[in-house]
Ligand binder design. Structure first.
Ligand SMILES: *[C@@H]1O[C@H](CO)[C@@H](O)[C@H](O)[C@H]1NC(C)=O
Ligand SMILES: *[C@@H]1O[C@H](CO)[C@@H](O)[C@H](O)[C@H]1NC(C)=O
Ligand SMILES: *[C@@H]1O[C@H](CO)[C@@H](O)[C@H](O)[C@H]1NC(C)=O
Length: 417
């Protein structure tokens, strides 16, 4: 921020000094206008003991010197007027700085801002999308999901649950014509991008890990248009309306891959080095990664910078996983030779925004947790048989069939596509 540039800098003192300077310059100007002939400003001292009567003797010489004097004075006046204008601008700036400078309150009352300002929308980025978003979004927010023809049966479940909980501000980004057709037939909100060879090829033929890389490129436009996006993979089942359960106080608010308080929200992982004897324990801080398949990202500069960095790496590095890159860019602090992303972040409640490990490892065996009504369930840990498991979640969480989750083993085999 601008007012942090100088350490011991007191705008009001500087403002006062400049005020005094302006005062002096101002008075100087006034005198110069009132007594221009008497050399108030003249730099020639010999003129000082000239009087009107004395000067009559050599009036001719005096006339010409008066003229040059006049020109000099006018020049000087113009210069001073310019200085006055500049100093006025400076004082105005300093006053503004002083008015906006934060003041620390008493102990325990200090709270830093966690949200950066929303970007000014740039409609020329994509006017067709801008029009769709204006119609679909609520409070400039919407839930967005990407799909290609391979996953239409899963998309069907995603859509039916989105509609069941009354979410109207959703948009399916169709990566091919089949999905667009499917959505239109079902009266669902859909958007297909204009042709873009590189992106379309991944979209049509890609496996889902490649498709999920696409979203960082596509999301940028939504943010540039000034919309906050709740990005959702299609293997997410909405059980409540997630927009009623967001905090909206961070650039990135994401569900976690963690499965309990420690792994979801962070803990000290102790590293033991016996040779160090009394100082053998080093503390390290760990947190399970954020799930890049369900996160709310606000339209701010740090958010867009994050998307750009992730998109750049995914398109320039071989064999990287988009979720790992997303987390590296979000969490890596600045250090020599590297400047991190200054985006604020919030971890979603791991029981309300539930991953499928939590569901199949803990919840289905715990009568208390079984009573919970999560906001969403994401089938992220069970990709191989996710369609069947998603249907079972609907039976369990929506239709109240208590034993719907029982038949499934903890893990689905051949998990990685
Ligand atoms: C006044 O003018 C005289 C000559 O006319 C000069 O000798 C003298 O130094 C001048 N005095 C001042 C104060 O400039
Ligand atoms: C707005 O978007 C257009 C198209 O992408 C771009 O050329 C322009 O530089 C953008 N304007 C600003 C102020 O970012
Ligand atoms: C997890 O944290 C929540 C609140 O942060 C707390 O209410 C709950 O008891 C914790 N659970 C366990 C098992 O410690």
């Amino acid at each position: 921020m601008a007012f942090r540039r100088e350490k011991d800098y007191c705008p009001s003192h500087r403002a006062t000094k400049i005020g005094v300077t302006i005062g002096i310059v101002g008075v100087f100007c006034i005198f110069a206008f009132v007594f221009p002939y008497y050399g108030f400003l003249s730099s020639a001292p010999q003129k000082q003991n000239h009087t009107l009567s004395q000067s009559q003797a050599n009036s001719c010489r005096c006339e010409s010197s008066k003229k040059t004097n006049n020109v000099k004075i006018l020049k000087k006046n113009a210069e001073l007027a310019k200085q006055l204008k500049e100093l006025n601008a400076k004082i105005q700036f300093l006053e503004q700085e002083r008015d906006h400078a934060p003041q620390a309150g008493p102990f325990g009352t200090i709270k830093a801002l966690s949200t950066n300002p929303t970007v000014l929308p740039n409609e020329s980025v994509n006017s067709r999308l801008a029009k769709i978003l204006e119609e679909v979004s609520i409070n400039r927010e919407l839930i967005v999901s990407l799909a290609n023809a391979k996953v239409i049966p899963i998309l069907e479940i995603w859509l039916s649950n989105v509609e069941r909980v009354g979410i109207r501000n959703y948009l399916v980004v169709a990566l091919d014509d089949d999905v667009q057709e499917f959505c239109k037939l079902n009266g669902a909100n859909v958007y297909k991008r204009d042709r873009d060879e590189a992106i379309d090829d991944i979209g049509k033929t890609g496996e889902s890990s490649e498709v999920s890389a696409l979203k960082f490129i596509i999301l940028r436009e939504f943010l540039e248009l000034g919309y906050n996006v709740l990005l959702s993979d299609i293997d997410v089942i909405c059980i409540q309306n997630p927009f009623d359960h967001l905090y909206r106080d961070a650039d990135v608010e994401s569900m976690t891959d963690g499965h309990d308080n420690m792994t979801a929200y962070g803990y000290n992982d102790l590293y033991d080095e016996p040779a160090m004897e009394s100082s053998r324990i080093a503390f390290t801080r760990r947190i399970w990664v954020y799930n890049s398949g369900f996160f709310f990202i606000r339209a701010t500069i740090p958010s867009i910078e994050l998307l750009d960095r992730v998109a750049y790496r995914l398109t320039h590095e071989e064999g990287v996983w988009d979720q790992a890159v997303f987390n590296e860019e979000l969490f890596q602090p600045s250090h020599p030779g590297y400047i991190g992303v200054y985006a604020s972040k919030r971890t979603m409640d791991f029981l309300m925004f539930m991953n499928s490990k939590v569901l199949f490892k803990s919840v289905r065996y715990n009568p208390e947790l079984m009573k919970l009504k999560p906001v969403i369930v994401h089938m992220n840990y069970h990709r191989f048989d996710r369609l069947e498991r998603m249907k079972a979640v609907v039976e369990f969480n929506v239709n109240g069939k208590q034993n719907a989750l029982v038949p499934f083993p903890l893990a689905s085999t051949l998990d990685w596509e």
